[in-house]
Design a protein around this ligand. Structure first.
Ligand SMILES: NC(=O)c1ccc[n+]([C@@H]2O[C@H](COP(=O)([O-])OP(=O)(O)OC[C@H]3O[C@@H](n4cnc5c(N)ncnc54)[C@H](OP(=O)(O)O)[C@@H]3O)[C@@H](O)[C@H]2O)c1
Length: 297
């Protein structure tokens, strides 16, 4: 138990999902910034060598990890995983009354509202703070944090956000961070599927796809993200930085949020359908595996 969000120093940061691609970097960078870290992962083996690092202690349950932590960070696959990790007798919410819950996974607008409701029920202060940036920025502590929630918590969270990110954007009431994240990721999905389709079209027309990258270099059509994913596609390197299953989840979150808000987004809807089909075949490959398409799936 902790009521320490009114004091100056962070006693401990519990990172739930510390064995994941993003959670691992976040836990490690918080420890490097000398914030005591309590790490938990559903599959303990995935914590790997984190347990041996200075300032990181590992725990068998989320409930044990949050004891004495005044910040509880969730960085899990989706809303269901996040709610599962926080609920139940061994869940994070059971031991963290009075703490600040910093939700950093991409869980969508409705998912964030469900977490906010759980936080209200359990006496936690809820901060909705998904991030931009992938595996390497998580490892390097250069994420962009899309923070939303009560203004009064900003100063308290600064040391942690500064440890894991290069910039924090505060967006207003809790939930605004997830809205912006869904919007930005709809573009990531569009760019990656667009790149895959552009390359497939080039091949079908008898052109080497790398000609596209050569043609746009240094001009106004250049796009670093498209180049990065495009080069992975051309090498056939689908080592996961951002798993396709998670990308397909994000496209579906954009469709759901758009439907709820009445946005006309037919292209995103079509992309979400395609991504779901390709992700069913290659869930654990990188988003760049969209280039594989459904032909041999
Ligand atoms: N990778 C990226 O580029 C990136 C960038 C920005 C945001 N994100 C978002 O950040 C979140 C994490 O992504 P990631 O790439 O780190 O994913 P990941 O490597 O697949 O890790 C997922 C984490 O969620 C846990 N998990 C899954 N289902 C669970 C459940 N039912 N109960 C408890 N824990 C569960 C996993 O535990 P196990 O180890 O036991 O499976 C693991 O710790 C996602 O929402 C993703 O969309 C990812």
């Amino acid at each position: 138990m902790s009521d320490s969000h009114e004091t100056d120093t962070v006693r401990a940061v519990a990172v739930l999902g510390a064995g994941g691609t993003m959670g691992r970097g976040i836990a490690r960078n918080a420890a490097v910034a000398e914030l005591p870290v309590h790490a938990w992962n559903r599959t303990p083996a995935k914590l790997g060598d984190l347990a041996e690092e200075n300032g990181i202690e590992t725990f068998a349950t989320a409930r044990e990890a949050v004891v004495d932590a005044d910040l509880v960070v969730t960085m899990l696959s989706d809303a269901e995983a996040t709610l599962a990790a926080m609920s139940g007798p061994d869940g994070g919410a059971a031991g963290s009354e009075g703490a600040i819950w910093v939700q950093m996974g991409t869980i969508g607008v409705a998912g964030s509202e469900r977490c906010a409701a759980l936080a209200r029920d359990r006496g936690l202060l809820y901060i909705d703070a998904p991030v931009l940036g992938t595996k390497v920025p998580a490892e390097e502590g250069t994420l962009i944090v899309l923070a939303s929630g009560p203004e009064g918590s900003r100063e308290r969270l600064e040391p942690f956000f500064d440890a894991v990110g290069r910039r924090t954007i505060w967006l207003g009431e809790a939930g605004q961070g997830s809205r912006l994240k869904v919007v930005v990721n709809s573009w990531i999905c569009a760019v990656t599927e667009g790149t895959a389709e552009m390359f497939r079209l080039a091949r079908a027309l008898g052109l080497e796809p790398h000609l596209v990258l050569d043609a746009i270099e240094d001009g106004p059509l250049e796009a670093p993200y498209m180049r990065m994913k495009g080069e992975m596609m051309l090498k056939g390197d689908y080592t996961p930085s951002f798993r396709l299953a998670l990308g397909a989840k994000d496209a579906a979150l954009a469709v759901a949020a758009g439907a709820e808000a009445g946005a006309e987004i037919p292209m995103i809807e079509a992309i979400a359908t395609q991504m779901a089909a390709v992700a069913a075949a290659y869930p654990d490959e990188d988003l760049a595996a969209l280039f594989r398409g459904t032909a041999d799936a």
